[in-house]
Design a protein around this ligand. Structure first.
Ligand code: FAD
Length: 316
């Protein structure tokens, strides 16, 4: 008989963990306060990008596993994942990124071909995720595999300990409360989605935190990253700042009609928490949260480690 596992959270981290557990023979239920698209994961840009920000020794392995899955999905019937060419620019000379041989194409830009004000840059073909569609795809994939989703709020992990021997905690920034982890903090993000089908290539200036991501559901302009800011409302001064920076990259972009403005709280932490905790004699929790601004980049790799930690917990 399949062993039951309870995943808390229905964002990209909870869904990918749940799917990989299912594929490994577990009977998985997701419990979640919010469902897509009303969560951080739906607000994200979201592109796969190397994972240097994760400050964890496993970050390259996690990113590589996710890249493999995204490239596989990009070839499938469209589920929200495609690959795009992105121009990444820098104010100073940089070396090649560690993943340059893993992505479909990579090419340095000649100095003369760089936009003005930049000293270095490269073109890379990377996966970009149309997040609302992709999250729906993950929910369908999970439910078609027999998974159940319960729409419910958990105040504290301890309230599940008696009836749920194996819990996977994927509560994002709210792990601060659910798991009493004071090291988790919000990194508030805001984006503008515009109707601009003429923009074919993505652009990223990481130093200025400015990105332009062409997706089928609209082109996403960003961004901001504000530590300890829990405000879920649109801040018009942030919008203006995003317009100003993106217009510098693509003059005239401000003329495009706005489809939506969105806010989400990235789960900040000094490093991802992916580890097992014995909550009681009969209950083990696998924590999988704190992915900051690269949860999409790390998700499938982290999900594999969740499966290993669950297997270890049952053989203890
Ligand atoms: C503007 C923006 C741009 C981004 N761009 C990128 C990008 O380009 N590339 C990239 O890799 N990442 C990007 N990210 C980061 C990425 O979105 C996050 O790392 C990721 O979404 C975190 O996923 P999560 O599942 O941990 O959290 P969430 O999506 O927040 O999901 C948490 C889940 O836990 C549930 N939950 C919380 N508390 C409770 C409770 N008490 N009881 C029950 N359920 C609960 C919630 O309801 C929700 O279902 C971006 C984020 C933002 C905001």
């Amino acid at each position: 008989m399949a062993l039951p596992v309870t995943v808390i959270g229905c964002g990209v981290i909870g869904l990918t963990s749940a799917i990989r557990l299912q594929e490994n023979g577990f009977e998985v239920t997701i419990i979640s306060r919010d469902l897509p698209p009303n969560l951080t994961s739906a607000v994200a840009g979201a592109y796969w990008y190397g994972g240097e920000l994760a400050f964890h020794s496993a970050r390259h392995r996690w990113s590589t596993e996710s890249l493999k899955e995204y490239l596989r999905l990009a070839k499938e019937n469209y589920c929200g994942v495609s690959t795009f060419r992105m121009l990444e620019v820098f104010g100073a000379k940089v070396s090649d990124p560690w993943f340059k041989d893993l992505i479909p194409s990579y090419e340095r830009v000649k100095t003369a071909d760089l936009p003005s004000g930049y000293a270095d840059g490269y073109w890379m073909e990377i996966p970009i995720v149309e997040t609302p569609r992709y999250l729906n795809y993950l929910v369908d994939r999970f439910q078609q595999g027999g998974g159940q989703i319960q729409h419910r709020t958990i105040a504290d992990l301890a309230e599940l300990a008696n009836d749920h021997p194996l819990i996977v905690n994927c509560t994002g920034v709210y792990a601060r409360f659910v798991a009493h982890d004071a090291q988790v903090y919000p990194l508030r993000g805001q984006v503008i989605k515009i109707d601009a089908p003429h923009i074919k290539n993505a652009f990223n200036d990481d130093d200025a935190f400015t990105y332009i991501l062409p997706r089928r559901d609209g082109c996403v302009l960003g961004g901001v990253s504000q530590r300890d800011n829990w405000n879920l409302n649109i801040d018009t001064s942030d919008s203006e700042d995003i317009w100003r920076r993106c217009e510098k990259a693509i003059p005239g972009i401000r003329q495009s009609p706005v489809i939506a403005e969105l806010v989400g709280l990235r789960p900040g932490r000094y490093q991802v928490r992916l580890e097992s905790e014995t909550l009681t004699e009969n209950c083990t929790v696998i924590h999988n949260y704190g992915h900051g601004g690269i949860g999409y980049t790390l998700s499938w790799g982290c999900a594999l480690d969740v499966v290993e930690l669950v297997k270890q917990a049952i053989t203890k």
